[in-house]
Structure formats: structure tokens, C-alpha cells
Design a binder for this molecule. Structure first.
Ligand code: ARG
Length: 414
């Protein structure tokens, strides 16, 4: 189907650059949280801004066409029917009038699942098509977002049988950026070195926690780029945590380590067909090595290998005693053991590697490549003992399909 060049009726906003996280973390320079400022009046808009709007609308339309085409191809019941044609016309008219368009719930669900399928760094993609999508696009205030993130954790946790889940809140519209969630994940610990800036921000905003080990950070929201963030405590019952024990070393428990059940990424925007959803937290379940070989072991995270080595009386004076390697194995064993004991879903790197190759095979049968980043897929311990180590992969995709992108890229959009 052919469409003439796009002419939009847009002329309504000024470009508002997104401050960096560092800038957002200096609340003293921000106004206190209060209602969103008014949009600029039409007479404030300059001709070069009109032109910029048109260029943006063209890009939205190009991305929309390619997404709707993918949707029609993979959802054959809608293919080549008047409905698909009609849908293109409708979307085009909406972009002309407003600079953007609204996905149907079916499109949103498909787009979010394909964004997972396209995630080159994720080894867990075999189940991409079973992610539950919560369509929460009608919600955009900080309080609504905080409340429904808590609900997200409850649904995803599911008493330990973790459910892959995404909650999609209101998208950005041309000239109007929606509320931001500033957390890296819905659950993070204040004493994790990775959370330093966010912990400092929460405390500056008046949060009283963060003085104990493994204190769960509150949610941090920001209603508009120039408004001070706010914090919202997570109710303890919404955050399932697992104390870490070791199957053969009773003293391990005395280290007082624990981790949470649901890894829910909240600092990536979901992009589908030219529409950006900046607040769309999503989760799968943990792979043991993420915790045992990275979060608790990396020297710039909890840096626990020396502690574990001491417990197991390993010779830390000699690199060639392989004390780090042995401590890594003990720590990973403890993580897998503890989640299993607690009845919380967790994958091990051997099983998950095999599943990933099944995924590649399944996608091949559908004629689809599997964009993959080797350096993220190969587990951080025992790489060569897993089948994913011993081969090459399709390169990460260059053409823009549905994707999860780190927020700065998405936030530059409007
Ligand atoms: N690696 C991150 C963490 O340790 C979580 C990333 C997402 N992981 C997942 N299994 N879905 O917290």
C-alpha cells in the first residue's frame, strides 16, 4: 500500500532535553514536586520547531509501518485483511494529527514480547512468547506508578513461582514526557555499591533507611524533568527475599547474606513502532550466576570472594591455589541451593544454556535470526563447560524493531 509524504499538523512544543541521572540526583537545583508546568503557548513555537516535528513524525510513521507489517506477518489472522490496511490508514491519520499513535492491546502485547525476543544480551529468551503484559497505559502519576509497581512485584513473585511480566505505563507523547521511574530495578539494596547515587538521592529526599545491610531502596519517581524526585517505600510483604545458606557448610548462613526473588529491570524504555514507553518495568527469573558470580562477587559490588574463601579456609596467598575459582563455586552453590530450598524459581547456567540453543533452533524453524551478544550470553563461570561458549551467533540487530533500550537513548527522543 502506498502513502503520500507525511504533512503533519504539529507545531506545539519546544525540545526539552533530558537531564542526566547525575543532574537528576541534585535535587537542590530542582523545584519541589508540584503539578506539571503548562505546555508552551502556540505563539511561542518557531518555524524550525515545526520542521523538527515533521521530521520526528516521519520517523514515527516509518517505524510504525515496519512494526505493523511485522505484526501482520506474525499474526496471520490479521494479514492481508481489510483490517490491516485500515489499521495503517488509521495510524497514519493519527500520526498526522498528533505526531504519535496508540497501539491496540494486541499490538502492545506482541511488541513487548518481541522486544524481549530481540534482547541480544538475554540468555532466557526461550519463553519470550509467554510474558504476561499488563496494559497500564492509562496510568501516569507518580502515585499510580508506585502503587502498580508494588502490584507488579506481587504478581511476578507469585509465591515463588516467578512469572515473566511487564507493566506498561503511559507512553511519552510529542512535547509531553511522562513520569519517570528512576530506579534501576524495582528491588535493589541500598548498600549495593551499584546503588550509591540512588541511595544518596533517597536519603536527601528524607528516606530514613539505608543504615543496615541489604535494606531495600524505595521507589524513586519524577513527575517532570525539572521537578524534584519523590520516594515511595516498598511494603516489606511485596519483596520476597531469600536468606543464603550452603548445602554443606552450616556456618555459611552466619554471613547473613540474602538476595531478592524478582529481577525487575526499570531503567530501560520499551520502544515499539515509533512509540516510546519510558516506564515499563519487566522481569524474568534469576539465573544463579547473576547473583553468585556477579552481584555478590564482583570487586565493585559486594566483593565477597575473600570472605567466602576465609570461611572455606582456602589459601588466598597464592593465586594458583585457585581460591577465587573455588570460592565462586561455593557461592554459586549456596545461591542455587537457597532458592531451591525456598521454592523460588531460579535457573542454573547449564540448563539455561541448553534452553538458549533450543530457542535458536526454534527461531531458525520460523526463519528468524537470533541477535546475540556472545559476551553477555556466556556465563561468568564455567563458560567452556556450557554449549553456548563454543559457537558464534547472529549479530545484534541494527534495524530498529521492538526493543528495550537504556533510557537516555529513549529520553532524547522528544
Ligand atoms: N543481572 C541483573 C541482576 O543481577 C538482572 C538482569 C535481568 N536478569 C534476569 N534474569 N531477567 O540483578
Amino acid at each position: 500500500m502506498k502513502f503520500p509524504p507525511l504533512r503533519t499538523a504539529l507545531s506545539h512544543h519546544k525540545h526539552r532535553p533530558q537531564p542526566s541521572l547525575a543532574a537528576q540526583l541534585r535535587p537542590a537545583q530542582l523545584r519541589p514536586a508540584e503539578p506539571r508546568p503548562a505546555e508552551p503557548r502556540p505563539d511561542e513555537v518557531r518555524p524550525d520547531e515545526v520542521r523538527a516535528d515533521e521530521v520526528r513524525a516521519d520517523a514515527v510513521w516509518a517505524a510504525a509501518q515496519s512494526f505493523l507489517d511485522l505484526f501482520a506477518r506474525e499474526n496471520p489472522d490479521t494479514r492481508d485483511t481489510p483490517a490491516a490496511d485500515e489499521r495503517l490508514r488509521e495510524v497514519r491519520a493519527e500520526i498526522e494529527a498528533t505526531g504519535s499513535y496508540r497501539h491496540t492491546t494486541q499490538e502492545l502485547t506482541f511488541g513487548a514480547r518481541v522486544a524481549w525476543r530481540n534482547s541480544a544480551r538475554c540468555i532466557g529468551r526461550l519463553y519470550w512468547n509467554s510474558m504476561t503484559v499488563r496494559d497500564l497505559r492509562h496510568l501516569h502519576t507518580a502515585d499510580e506508578i508506585a502503587e502498580h509497581c508494588v502490584e507488579h512485584l506481587r504478581i511476578a513473585t507469585n509465591g515463588g513461582r516467578i512469572r515473566p511480566l511487564i507493566s506498561v505505563f503511559a507512553p511519552d507523547r510529542p512535547g509531553r514526557r511522562t513520569t519517570r521511574l528512576l530506579n534501576e530495578q524495582l528491588v535493589r539494596y541500598a548498600d549495593d555499591p551499584r546503588s550509591r547515587e540512588r541511595t544518596a538521592l533517597a536519603q536527601e529526599l528524607g528516606w530514613k533507611g539505608g543504615d543496615k545491610d541489604f535494606d531495600v531502596l524505595p521507589l524513586l519517581t519524577q513527575d517532570a524533568p525539572d521537578l524534584a524526585p519523590r520516594y515511595h517505600e516498598l511494603p516489606a510483604e511485596a519483596v520476597l527475599e531469600i536468606p543464603l545458606t550452603h548445602p554443606h557448610h552450616p556456618q555459611f548462613a552466619a554471613l547473613g547474606l540474602r538476595w531478592y526473588a524478582v529481577p525487575a529491570i526499570s531503567d530501560m524504555a520499551l520502544e515499539i513502532g515509533g512509540v516510546t514507553y519510558p516506564t515499563a518495568p519487566f522481569n524474568g527469573w534469576y539465573l544463579g550466576t547473576e547473583i553468585g558470580a556477579r552481584n555478590l562477587a564482583d570487586t565493585d559490588r559486594y566483593d565477597l570472594l575473600p570472605t567466602v574463601a576465609e570461611l572455606f579456609q582456602l589459601d588466598t596467598g597464592d593465586e594458583r591455589s585457585l581460591w577465587k575459582d573455588r570460592a565462586l563455586v561455593e557461592l554459586n552453590l549456596a545461591v542455587l541451593h537457597s532458592y531451591q530450598q525456598a521454592g523460588v524459581t531460579m535457573a542454573d547456567h547449564h540448563t539455561e544454556s541448553a534452553r538458549f540453543l533450543t530457542h535458536i533452533e526454534r527461531e531458525r524453524r520460523h526463519g528468524r535470526p537470533v541477535p546475540t551478544d556472545w559476551s553477555w550470553i556466556v556465563p561468568p563461570i564455567s563458560g567452556s563447560a556450557t554449549p553456548v561458549f563454543h559457537r558464534y551467533y547472529d549479530p545484534p540487530a541494527t534495524e530498529p524493531g521492538p526493543a528495550f533500550v537504556h533510557c537516555p537513548r529513549a529520553r532524547d527522543r522528544y
